[in-house]
Design a protein around this ligand. Structure first.
Ligand SMILES: Cc1cc2nc3c(=O)[nH]c(=O)nc-3n(C[C@H](O)[C@H](O)[C@H](O)COP(=O)(O)O)c2cc1C
Length: 148
């Protein structure tokens, strides 16, 4: 069984989850920008991770999923979303992916983290005002990530 882990990450949280999955499964891990010419035929399972910002997933991840949907459907594929809104998975799925993708692939929310020290002024402001958070918070669901 060979697994492929594909991810995008702005502040490293989704990458951290991808790395955990990679440690648990034999196979390869690539940033989405390294995946243009990847042959998927060699993989049995494919894990695809993206953070959620302002309700949106990474656009390259989104495009890659839609482009390879016919192949992804034939494998064990898990799309894992990293975000701090723990209730909004269905909404994020519906707003970002086609019906064909949401119906045929498995989506999981794995939690997220606010890394205040890595944020720019705008991000710090948004997090302070919207989420009322001023210090770094780790809400990754480690058990869930390890069970994927
Ligand atoms: C400006 C900003 C907007 C965010 N918007 C959302 C959001 O709409 N929904 C959500 O679930 N999480 C949101 N988050 C939380 C991130 O998705 C979370 O920190 C995630 O773990 C980041 O992953 P990354 O480190 O891989 O980029 C937001 C964070 C920031 C800084």
């Amino acid at each position: 069984m060979k697994s492929l882990i594909v991810y995008a990450s702005k502040h490293g949280t989704t990458k951290q989850c991808a790395q955990m999955i990679h440690n648990n499964h034999e196979g390869d891990m690539f940033h989405i920008k390294e995946c243009a010419n990847l042959s998927l035929g060699q993989y049995d399972s494919i894990y695809i991770g993206t953070p959620v910002y302002a309700g949106r997933v990474n656009k390259h991840i989104k495009q890659w999923i839609e482009q390879h949907l016919d192949t992804l459907k034939t494998k064990k594929t898990v799309v894992f979303l990293s975000g701090m809104n723990h209730e909004g998975l269905d909404e994020v799925k519906e707003h970002n992916f086609s019906d064909a993708a949401t119906k045929s692939l498995r989506f999981e929310h794995v939690g997220g983290a606010f890394k205040i020290d890595d944020m720019n002024m705008f991000e710090k402001f948004i997090v302070k005002v919207v989420a009322k958070v001023k210090t770094s918070v780790d809400e990754i669901n480690y058990d869930k990530v390890n069970q994927l």
